[in-house]
Design a binder for this molecule. Structure first.
Ligand code: HEM
Length: 217
């Protein structure tokens, strides 16, 4: 026998890093586009100042979160899982006809196979492309005397902008995906309160009640 119970699947730190990362990425995208010249809603000098400070805050947040992921064992949530194509088929087709989601959330498996793949791409490709080119950009004065610095800056700016647009695409898809739960705001509420309804076996339920290893309502 198994029951559905409200279990805290996103701890307080997890929710803190998620929302502060979201806020910093929005700030960086908005000020980055002002630096790029796409809009003039913020003066150039101010945009550079905000962009630099938000970038340093984001790098610090990423360092803490990487540490948190490894010390809590949460890094395992991001490992490759089988069934990616089933999830892709669901979002491209099944969702339109009310088919059930091909994957069930559990405490040990909070993300579906497509989510893990998307977050892994975010952490190993888009994130590092942004911070490495961003830091090279920040340190321009220390390499501007080299003969190749003009071409170098052009390459850094191009890669940084390309990675920023990849990040923008990620955010658009991510926000759309958050609306596909039981109700359009179900997943957003989960990331605010930390609680989601999870199917627990009798053994899991008794274990959590006994050890208090997760908060349960
Ligand atoms: C993570 C660390 C990051 C660092 C260290 C960083 C640093 C920088 C720097 C130094 C500049 C050039 C400012 C100037 O011209 O003086 C810049 C430009 C820019 N940044 Fe970032 N940034 C980071 C993250 C991001 C993120 C997350 C986004 C978007 C989601 C972004 C989007 C942009 C864009 C679009 C530009 C304008 C590029 C151009 O037209 O040359 N950046 N960034």
């Amino acid at each position: 026998m198994s029951h559905k119970r409200d279990v805290m699947i996103y701890s307080r730190y997890e929710r803190f890093w998620h929302w502060s990362q979201a806020f910093l990425i929005f700030t960086l995208f908005f000020t980055g586009l002002a630096i790029h010249g796409t809009h003039h809603l913020v003066p150039f000098g101010l945009a550079v100042k905000i962009h630099t400070n938000a970038a340093l805050a984001l790098i610090a947040l990423w360092v803490f979160t990487t540490f948190w992921n490894f010390t809590t064992g949460q890094w395992r949530q991001y490992l490759f899982k089988k069934g990616v194509f089933k999830v892709i088929r669901f979002y491209a087709w099944g969702i339109l006809f009310g088919e059930p989601h091909p994957y069930k959330k559990s405490l040990q498996r909070k993300q579906n196979a497509l989510q893990s793949l998307a977050y892994m791409t975010f952490m190993t490709l888009i994130g590092p492309a942004l911070w490495s080119t961003g830091i090279a950009y920040l340190l321009y004065n220390s390499w501007s005397h080299y003969a190749w610095s003009t071409t170098g800056l052009w390459i850094v700016a191009l890669l940084h902008t390309a990675a920023a647009f990849a990040m923008g695409a990620f955010v658009v898809i991510h926000v759309y995906m958050t609306t596909t739960g039981k109700t359009p705001l179900h997943y957003v509420r989960t990331m605010i309160t930390g609680y989601d309804s999870i199917e627990l076996s009798e053994v899991e339920e008794a274990y959590i009640e006994e050890t208090k290893s997760a908060e349960m309502r």
